[in-house]
Design a protein around this ligand. Structure first.
Ligand code: FNR
Length: 368
């Protein structure tokens, strides 16, 4: 018996339901991560090494957790991050996430490897709804240029270049299930054919350019006015370099544990990064986001206390969509809003700009 939607009380509950109801191959693709999945588990574990230092006797009758991300006002400091192959989980694919995002005034990052076409996803959005584009850079730069220019013309408000995937990681759970049902708009280099024997991820990713480097960033700046954000940065040195080359932001992320196993969690890298940026007076020069393992509003609050502008959430929305469609995604977002209101009160903050590093105890974060 499938639980009623009302019986999902938090984001982790959706995962349990999705595991039971999803097709095995789809579950394998969504849930899998690289190698021994150490980083996958670390993403959630790292949040558990951070504790709160709440303020008491703050008047928290009214709590406002709206904020801005790359200049867009949003209801709550998370966005729906890019995840490929939405139709593995739901017949309608990514547009389900688009519609739920509109209802909750949150931003959706559209994946290069969406099951729906880019235009279908843009067309599913409300007129004033803001979306970003996640970009895998093609070896054929003419294809990439066309994608970027088209996205800008259609009104995309941010370009997130994925920099942690010069080659797709080995997700063995996914590989064992031998991908057959593509459901995607596969981009190919000229004359290449898709190899389905290695799981979904590898089947669709052969066009990605492992030669992408810092030298390419000026070219991206020359072809678009969209703010450029590097998704998948994992060390403070690279954050500083991103500032230098004029990026608007970085996402401290390990791709949900799907790329380099033993990459550190985004929240740990954030704790390393922000003090350095502050010391150099650069913390207002770049917006820092994290993703990976965010499942509770307390995780969001921890990231914001440490200086993140917002967080990305991936799998929980895929699971909610796969199990319950748009209603599921909307409920997941509402649960986060409810948790956010309560936990802002309990930590003693009425607005996002009141969250600061003094409200968290990070002594354990690097010791594990
Ligand atoms: C991803 N992610 C991802 N990232 C990206 O830049 N391009 C992509 O195509 C995908 N595809 C993708 C598929 C699936 C099934 C997952 C789970 C993830 C990574 C994603 O954007 C994000 O970094 C992580 O999902 C964040 O971790 P959580 O929230 O899933 O724990």
């Amino acid at each position: 018996e499938m639980p009623l939607l009302e019986q999902c009380y938090n984001l982790l509950d959706f995962e349990g339901v999705a595991k039971r109801v999803m097709k095995k191959t789809a579950w394998g693709y969504y849930s899998s991560a690289a190698d021994d999945e150490i980083t996958l588990r670390e993403n959630q574990n790292a949040f558990q090494r951070i504790w709160f230092r709440p303020k008491v006797l703050v008047n928290v009758e009214k709590v406002d957790f709206t904020t801005t991300m790359l200049g867009t006002k949003v209801d709550i400091p998370f966005y729906v991050t890019a995840t490929a192959l939405g139709k593995l989980g739901h017949v309608e694919g990514e547009v389900v996430l688009t519609r739920a995002s509109a209802k909750h005034n949150v931003i959706q990052m559209i994946p290069t490897l969406a099951s729906c076409s880019f235009d279908e996803i843009m067309d599913a959005a409300d007129t004033d709804q803001v979306q970003w584009l996640q970009l895998y850079v093609n070896k054929d730069r003419a294809i990439t240029k066309k994608i970027v220019e088209h996205a800008e013309k259609r009104g995309c408000k941010g370009l997130f270049i994925t920099v942690d995937a010069p080659q797709l990681g080995r997700r063995e759970k996914d590989m064992r299930l031998k991908f057959t049902d593509e459901g995607s708009n596969v981009q190919k280099g000229s004359g290449e054919k898709t190899d389905n024997s290695q799981g979904a991820a590898r089947a669709i990713s052969s066009f990605i350019d492992p030669g992408l480097s810092w030298d390419d960033i000026p070219w991206f700046k020359s072809i678009t006015k969209m703010p450029i954000v590097l998704k998948g940065v994992q060390r403070v040195e690279d954050v500083l370099r991103a500032v230098e080359v004029g990026c608007a932001g970085v996402v401290l992320s390990n791709h949900g544990g799907r790329q380099l196993d033993f990459a550190r969690s985004g929240i740990e890298v954030l704790a390393e990064t922000m003090p350095v940026l502050k010391k150099m007076g650069l913390d207002k020069k770049i917006e820092v986001y994290i993703d990976g393992g965010v499942r509770r509003a307390t995780d969001i609050i921890k990231a914001l206390c440490l200086g993140a502008k917002g967080v990305g959430i991936g799998r929980p929305f895929l699971y909610a969509m796969s199990a319950y469609g748009q209603d599921g995604v909307e409920r997941a977002m509402q649960l986060l809003k409810d948790e956010m209101e309560m936990n802002m009160r309990l930590i003693g903050a009425t607005r996002i700009d009141e969250l600061n590093e003094g409200m968290v105890d990070v002594r354990g974060v690097f010791n594990h």
